[in-house]
Design a protein around this ligand. Structure first.
Ligand code: ADP
Ligand code: MG
Length: 245
């Protein structure tokens, strides 16, 4: 019975992985098709803004077109990362440095929202082979979610540790938490419980894409009203070796 159980679990995981891959291909196609017309919108809007004697309301409207196009371009960039159109560019990385780099931008926002940031960074961590920019993106996405889950303040804990041939990165919050139904869908692209201008539902799909393309894995546990913890495991050796190992 246990073997049957494991088989069905594996089957579920495969279906999930397959669906993510299909959505990934679709996303890459859509992103590619949209990139071109978007480039024209942005380019011509920028040209139009340079017209002499442009009435000021028109200038303001054009400025809005430019801003919206830039935003759309960011969404497309995330889609492409998610669809793994951007393979990781690996170097030797000090994970603690990546954490500090990411928190540098986010800490001021946390302070404004009454969120205490706690670091539990194990000393003497081994370097890993990874793409530092992508790892930073992982942290930013997780921390932004955590802060959005703590609208009335709380504690954000970021911890790192190493064990065997892996390093672990945890991001924990004392926020609103998630129901079981939400928890099952968090990594699906475009799944969001937020308002249109608060979330695209791509944050965790991007995180999932980056972590798996590094040969790592991600776990999440959450209690409604208590908080959420994401645990990321990354192999020391990096993506290429992990794939051929
Ligand atoms: P977005 O943030 O744009 O909604 P994400 O992929 O980052 O998309 O997250 C998907 C959903 O997962 C969120 O809408 C939210 O419901 C849930 N979620 C993610 N992180 C947390 C968290 N730290 N606490 C509570 N809910 C979360
Ligand atoms: Mg998010």
């Amino acid at each position: 019975m246990r073997a049957e159980d494991q088989k069905s679990q594996l089957h579920q995981q495969l279906i999930h992985a397959d669906r993510l891959a299909t959505i990934g291909q679709l996303a890459a196609g859509v992103a590619h098709e949209l990139n071109e017309p978007l480039g024209s919108i942005l380019g011509f809007a920028q040209l139009a803004k340079k017209c002499p004697e442009l009435p000021s309301p028109a200038e303001q409207d054009i400025e809005k077109i430019v801003t919206a196009s830039l935003y759309a371009r960011e969404v497309i960039k995330k889609l492409m990362v998610f669809a793994r159109q951007m393979p990781p560019r690996s170097t030797r990385v000090d994970l603690i440095q990546v954490v500090e780099d990411a928190l540098y931008f986010l800490e001021a926002q946390c302070a404004k929202k009454d969120i205490e940031v706690v670091r539990e960074l194990a000393p003497g961590m081994p370097e890993i082979t990874a793409d530092p920019a992508q790892l930073k993106q992982v942290l930013v996405n997780l921390v932004v979610n955590a802060t959005q889950a703590m609208p009335h303040g709380g504690t954000l804990t970021v911890s790192t540790r190493s064990s065997g041939s892996s390093v672990f990165l945890d991001v924990k919050d004392t926020g609103i938490g998630m129901s079981k139904e939400t928890l099952e869908k968090v990594f699906l692209p475009f799944f969001t419980t937020k308002d249109v201008n608060e979330g695209t539902g791509l944050g965790l799909a991007v995180v999932h894409g980056i972590v798996t393309s590094h040969g790592g894995s991600i776990d999440v546990e959450s209690q409604v009203g208590q908080g959420t913890r994401f645990e990321i495991r990354l192999p020391l050796c990096g993506p290429e070796e992990a794939q051929t190992a």
